[in-house]
Write a protein that binds this ligand. Structure first.
Ligand SMILES: C[S@@+](CC[C@H](N)C(=O)[O-])C[C@H]1O[C@@H](n2cnc3c(N)ncnc32)[C@H](O)[C@@H]1O
Length: 433
């Protein structure tokens, strides 16, 4: 397919996503089934265009002064891909399979309109109802923060120190362009291009043998900041598919006891294979069975309970721009209730002097600082560990990391703009000894 034909396909896809209200991933899959002649390069390029339109959904419509699928694709080409009006006109030449030539109004919009007068939620590409929430956290920086949250994310990997060292993997994955991540001592980063082509990490020998896992650097840092140590008893209360469990296991170096559970057994399903591939032997997976508490035998003995809390996922918008536009206020309310519940559930598990590490992949204050402030009011036996102490696991990078993150009395917030990671909030609290 020509670049122009790919553009036409992206317009068609955005139209289908809008008119049939289907998730983008489903629409892309259906498009692929209906267009079997399209090669993998075409599919990746069309998916890349479609995701980029979703990233810049509001700002591209503002730029074009029109909300049609075509207008948003054209606006995205300027805002996200940096093409000027002449380059866009060259793509829209009206040829076979190409989009129609630009109208005078489109030409004028691409030449002279800007986002200068756009309201913050339009310039920053986020739902209007979240403006107050983001203003409360970022103030006047919210457009810049949200714009970074709308950008494309790299592929981050965590080296599994139970099996390998980062220096060696920097060599063996050099053909994918893997570089060391800025903050995590275990991270590798592969920058991805505008097309949504996956570098095939799951087929690499290092992945198959468990030497690396896919994990955003922010998620790696959240696990590191929990401070899990060899010999401790550590509970991963919201283990899900086990991303953090694997990181905790590596930190514990096979020594001590790691217990992973989740209230939804379906979420836990992939964890067995992942732990086995990673060579983890000290993890006890507790699958919920009926109404009995899976942790009823544990009382006041955990050194650390990690709560990778259910949250709105606003910190991962750059990986899932579709979800951002689907988010509704009701979802935030449900999450806030779940978070308070899971925090309270952790309390009796922790031993005197033990810690709770609370993590979300959200940037919203209600899910982060406010949730912790409310928890501390309910449980005055807990206090936030000073951030310098929490960040000490990053050694010589600790000070710069804390300067980059948004810090508060309750914890620290990483964001794409500040730390180049997904948005993650971390609060480590210690129980009085
Ligand atoms: C952010 S996800 C976990 C991701 C996972 N830790 C990882 O790194 O791959 C949050 C998880 O919390 C679980 N969850 C929600 N409410 C819970 C509760 N009250 N107790 C335990 N788990 C809960 C959800 O099923 C979901 O798997």
């Amino acid at each position: 397919m020509t670049p122009a034909a790919r553009l036409s396909a992206a317009i068609e896809l955005i139209d289908a996503i809008d008119s049939q209200r289907v998730p983008a991933a489903k629409a892309l899959k259906e498009w692929g089934t209906a267009h079997r002649y399209a090669g993998s390069g075409d599919r990746a390029a069309i998916a890349g265009l479609t995701w980029d339109v979703l990233r810049r959904r509001a700002s591209s419509a503002w730029l074009m002064d029109s909300d049609t699928p075509r207008a948003r694709v054209l606006g995205m080409l300027k805002l996200e891909r940096g093409l000027d009006a002449a380059a866009i006109a060259a793509l829209c030449d009206g040829g076979r399979f190409a989009p129609e030539p630009l109208s005078n109004a489109e030409q004028a919009a691409l030449t002279s309109r800007t986002l200068d007068d756009a309201p913050p939620h339009v310039a920053g590409d986020y739902p209007e109802w979240l403006d107050g929430e983001l203003a409360a956290v970022f103030g006047d920086d919210r457009v810049a923060e949200a714009t970074a949250m709308a950008s494309r994310a790299p592929l981050d990997l965590r080296v599994n120190t139970l099996k390998a060292k980062r220096d060696k993997l920097l060599g063996s994955l050099a053909h994918l362009g893997a570089k060391a991540t800025p903050w995590s001592p275990l991270g590798l980063r592969i920058e991805l291009g505008a097309d949504a082509r996956n570098p095939g990490i799951h087929s690499e020998e290092d992945f198959i043998k468990g030497a690396v896992e896919v994990q955003d650097e922010g998620s790696q840092l959240a696990a590191l900041l929990s401070g899990a140590k060899p010999g401790e008893q550590v509970i991963d209360l919201c283990a899900g598919a086990g991303g953090k469990t694997l990181a905790l296991a590596a930190m514990m170096q096979g020594k001590g006891r790691l217990i992973a559970t989740d209230h939804d057994k379906r979420q836990l399903a992939p964890i067995y294979e992942r732990l086995s591939r990673a060579g983890v032997h000290n993890c006890d997976i507790r699958t919920p069975k009926g109404p009995n508490d899976t942790l009823s035998d544990i009382s006041g003995s955990a050194d650390l309970v990690l709560i990778d809390a259910p949250c709105t996922g606003t910190g991962t918008w750059r990986r899932n721009p579709d979800a951002k536009w689907r988010m509704r206020p009701g979802a935030l309310e449900v999450r806030l209730k779940d978070q308070a519940e899971v925090l309270d559930r952790a309390v009796p598990l922790v031993k005197p002097g033990g810690r709770i590490a609370y993590v979300t992949c959200s940037v919203l204050g209600q899910e982060n600082g406010a949730q912790i402030a409310a928890f501390l009011a309910r449980h005055p036996e807990f206090a936030v560990v000073p951030l310098q102490q929490t960040a000490a696991v990053l050694w010589d990078k600790a000070e710069d990391f804390l300067a980059a993150a948004l810090v508060s009395e309750q914890g620290l917030l990483m964001t794409p703009r500040r730390t180049g990671t997904d948005g993650f909030f971390v609060s480590v609290m210690k129980k009085a000894g």
